[in-house]
Design a protein around this ligand. Sequence first.
Ligand SMILES: [Zn+2]
Length: 124
Amino acid sequence: MDKKKSLTKVERQKLEEERAQTQAELERLREYLRTAPEPSSDEADLEVYEREKNLALVRRLEQKLAEIDYALRTAQKGTYGICERCGKPIDPERLAALPETTLCVKCKNDLEKAARRAARGSVV
Ligand SMILES: [Zn+2]
């Protein structure tokens, strides 16, 4: 098997920069959520909305951080760029645009379709 791909120095740097940025953003948001006043009156709808929005963002950033960590780990093992679902190499163009991705386009689409189906509930 000669499919192994390791990160180039530049790719690795890009990932680590992105990781640092994501982490900083995450800490900023968590700090905001910690210090934001608890909404107490009827007029706090906007605050509730802001809080929900920030919580959603925190979850997204945590997910992203996990993906970046995963990518950096796979880079160490020499399996970077291999789809974690089907084990096939991920399109290099996709990796260039989304260095932290762990899924090929097909698997990503499959999962999104499944998620959309689940979101629609009973509709098959
Ligand atoms: Zn795949």
